[in-house]
Design a protein around this ligand. Structure first.
Ligand code: AKG
Ligand code: FE2
Length: 328
């Protein structure tokens, strides 16, 4: 039973085949099977562990209110046409924290009709005005591409560990379906009595995010502390605070895909004293990918990734009143 979240150096994944890369594949694969949650260092792409890029991208949250309103999804700002991507702020009564965020994808489709889910998933992004945040769009797009490239490297490593051949997952990814999310949770500001039980840990501490499993395949998360993974025996393991580290965990879709071998681990976030910013990247299959348990796993009917996602959105009421509903 894992006693702690393991830290694994992954720079060898970008190198040639050989013993170093094999050892990295084994370490990653075993951690994915045992706890389904790990911390990586030495990512061979630029990540938000680079403080300059992180600070520039997180300036998003300093935008003036009218600009945030212009980026807000149509659920919260009916004058706008973006429904799936864009900015949102939740002021949910009963929650200890306010939460704001912005989702971006790789789609560039037009605004979607209300009933056209497929078009909705590929809708265009919204961008802060360049005069307010010069260079933000280009850097966010570069970061999205870097995270995609890293997602491919990690999936290839898992595929080798599973004996599937390094390119097994390749055809299932691409096409701009992944989600880059910027989040900011504000400090508790509600009276004690207003705090909903789900936001209370058993030890009385406050949670910024209640325990949940991610819905997709692979999550790469920069976070400043507060994150806890749940071990199979129920213990909560705090993510180690390591400079230059990214958290890696897996979602329901990969658990299904691997016949349960790779775990979608429940995790939660303890509320912090200060505004807490975090940046998850959800590496997601193409919306039209047909996913069935991989060779060697017990067969089950295939699901289309878009249908899996839509079902999760229905269950969690995405863009309704619940924060972090999709992929969370
Ligand atoms: O804010 C965090 O650090 C974690 C967020 C998370 O678990 C999610 O967005 O799925
Ligand atoms: Fe999550």
């Amino acid at each position: 039973m894992p006693q702690q979240i393991e830290t694994i150096r992954v720079d060898a994944l970008a190198g040639p085949p050989g013993p170093l890369r094999d050892a990295t594949d084994t370490a990653l694969g075993r951690a994915a099977e045992a706890l389904g949650f790990l911390v990586i260092t030495g990512a061979p792409v630029a990540t938000l562990t680079e403080a300059g890029r992180r600070a520039r991208l997180l300036r998003l949250f300093d935008l003036p209110a009218p600009e945030k309103r212009r980026l807000t999804n149509s659920k919260h700002a009916p004058e706008n046409d973006n429904r799936y991507r864009g900015y949102y702020a939740y002021r949910r009564p009963g929650a200890p924290c306010l939460l704001e965020g912005l989702d971006m994808g790789g789609g560039d489709g037009p605004a979607a009709a209300a009933d056209d889910i497929e078009a909705l998933l590929m809708e265009h992004n919204v961008w802060p005005a360049d005069a307010l945040l010069p260079g933000w769009r280009a850097e966010a797009e570069a970061h999205y591409r870097d995270m995609e490239a890293f997602g491919h490297l990690l999936m290839a490593s898992l595929a080798r560990h599973l004996g599937l051949g390094g390119d097994y997952f390749e055809p299932f990814f691409g096409g701009g379906s992944s989600t880059l999310r910027f989040l900011q949770g504000l400090p508790p500001d509600l009276p004690e009595a207003a705090i909903d039980d789900r936001y209370r840990a058993a030890d009385g501490g406050l949670l910024a995010t209640p325990a949940h499993r991610d819905s997709g395949v692979l999550t790469l998360l920069w976070q400043p502390g507060g994150l806890e993974a749940q071990a199979p025996d129920g213990r909560r393991l705090a993510a180690p605070d390591i400079d230059g580290a990214l958290n890696v965990n897996f979602g329901d879709c990969l658990e299904f895909w691997s016949g349960g071998r790779l775990r979608a681990t429940p995790h939660r976030v303890r509320a912090q004293a200060l505004p807490r910013q975090s940046v998850p990247f959800f590496f997601e299959p193409r919306f039209d990918a047909l996913i069935a348990p991989m060779p060697g796993a017990r067969p089950a009917p295939a699901i289309r990734y878009a249908d899996h996602l839509i079902e999760k959105m229905r269950l969690f009421g995405t863009h309704a009143t619940e924060p972090r509903s999709r992929n969370a």
